[in-house]
Design a protein around this ligand. Structure first.
Ligand SMILES: Cc1cc2nc3c(=O)[nH]c(=O)nc-3n(C[C@H](O)[C@H](O)[C@H](O)COP(=O)(O)OP(=O)(O)OC[C@H]3O[C@@H](n4cnc5c(N)ncnc54)[C@H](O)[C@@H]3O)c2cc1C
Length: 411
């Protein structure tokens, strides 16, 4: 370990974007990463069959303005513009009669319109306050809220949801979103398996402590998940109680994926969707044959995902196969084979999937992102006020932090 101008902590989307920006500005930097791989919550698994499976982020949200979508072709990767199965009319949801689907869509539009209208209310409230009392669609709206936030609607700030920015355009990277972020990191000096445990900012230089030794630096960009700061595995000396309180106000909700290989898949409509249940919030959402592949991508979120993670191996597959068999018939059971499942809540370097703000806590994103003494900078999806929970939001916070560092070091 040696001394350097800037240490970037965390090689996820934010840390990689920050380090690439520093590289362009010709500022020497090293990236310290706790895991043995680059990408953090962006992680493409290459299955033995050659399929690229995104275990973390998969969709280039707001793709028409998403920097990663512009970067992908420069690295020889392919952006696929096929719209998602949840987007817009005309997309197919199996087992959901069209009149009921229309009624749900209308209920959903009314719900989100009420949330948007409340953005400037003096008091921020839980998103669940905006459900129509007694509506039969409330359980499914809560399920969708879980997919969006990873948390139950009664735990999530309505104002935070209202200010989220979404152009409604969603694309994918054929080779994988995780593979894209990893490829973008290729020219960087990244030290893997190097968790930072302490940032001592009491002296003239920062001292960054890791089990592999200490590094001194003029500045640091802390690009770890909010959950890591709130959980205390990375500490500051002197302590930064406001920062930790902000991180605690932005918990990581949970979303987990399971990929099933489907034998003889031709009867499963390509790029279609299915909800396990329409009348419960504890339901998986199933994307059949993404990219036309012989795969079902299963999505579980919120309380259900926490419960299934606790239950352990095979729990996601058990629920998924049961719910799919309810719709597609008993025979589907023997045609579905688990390939990979995540447990982001148990992952010690993530402790969840993406951040939401607790009711009344939207300002925590600004507090989390604020620099300390013009040498400790913060990045990561949770620091983004409008693009939080996304990989492009993480990118933008990383670039902003790097620009601040560059401005100061070049003075
Ligand atoms: C299942 C799932 C689906 C998702 N779907 C989408 C999607 O479709 N589209 C989208 O845009 N986003 C999606 N996301 C969210 C997206 O993946 C994240 O918002 C984004 O990748 C976060 O990037 P980040 O750099 O802020 O954090 P991370 O990717 O978590 O990077 C932080 C890095 O810090 C490292 N770290 C932690 N502690 C330490 C330490 N002490 N020292 C050093 N390093 C440390 C971690 O290992 C990690 O590599 C999804 C996430 C999940 C889990």
């Amino acid at each position: 370990m040696h001394d350097i101008d800037v240490v970037v902590i965390g090689a996820g989307a934010a840390g990689v974007a920050a380090a690439r920006r520093l590289m362009t500005a010709q500022i020497p930097a090293v990236v310290l990463e706790a895991r043995r791989r680059i990408g953090g919550r962006a992680w493409t698994l290459r299955a033995p069959s050659g399929l690229a499976l995104d275990l973390g982020c998969g969709w280039l949200h707001s793709a028409d303005q998403n920097e990663w979508a512009a970067i992908a072709p420069t690295l020889g990767l392919t952006v696929d513009p096929t719209p998602p199965p949840w987007g817009g009319r005309g997309r197919r949801t199996i087992g959901f009669p069209s009149t009921a689907q229309e009624a749900f869509r209308a209920a959903s539009e009314r719900f989100f319109a009420r949330i948007d209208a409340a953005a400037d209310d003096p008091v921020d409230r839980p998103a669940s306050d905006f459900l129509e009392p007694g509506s039969p669609w409330n359980p499914l709206l809560n399920a969708v809220g879980n997919y969006i936030s990873g948390g139950e609607l009664d735990c999530v700030s309505a104002r935070d949801l209202a200010v989220y920015r979404d152009t409604g355009v969603n694309w994918r990277v054929t080779e994988g979103y995780g593979a894209l972020i990893e490829a973008y990191a290729a020219p960087l000096d990244v030290r893997l398996d190097c968790p930072v445990t302490l940032i001592d900012h009491s002296g003239p230089l920062l001292r960054i402590a890791t089990p592999r030794g200490d590094i001194s630096a003029r500045a640091a960009i802390v690009a770890v998940p909010a959950s890591i700061l709130a959980g205390g595995s990375l500490r500051f000396a002197p302590a930064l109680p406001d920062k930790i309180a902000a991180a605690d106000a932005l918990p990581l909700g949970l979303a987990d994926k399971l990929f099933l290989r489907a034998d003889a898949p031709d009867d499963l409509p390509i790029e279609s969707r299915l909800f396990g249940a329409l009348d419960q919030s504890s339901t998986g959402s199933y994307h059949l044959r993404p990219f036309g592949r012989p795969v079902v991508e299963c999505y579980f979120a919120g309380r259900l995902a926490w419960e299934l993670e606790r239950e352990g191996d095979g729990a996601f597959a058990r629920v998924a196969v049961d719910q799919l068999a309810n719709h597609l018939g008993h025979d589907i059971r023997k045609r579905l084979h688990p390939i990979a499942a995540t447990a982001w809540g148990r992952d010690p370097h993530a402790l969840g999937s993406y951040s939401y703000a607790r009711p009344g806590q939207t300002d925590a994103r600004r507090v989390l992102a604020a620099p300390v003494d013009d040498r400790l900078f913060f990045a990561g999806e949770a620091c983004s006020t409008q693009d939080y929970s996304t990989a492009h939001g993480a990118y933008r916070t990383g670039v902003a932090a790097a620009d601040s560092v560059a401005g100061l070091l070049k003075k």
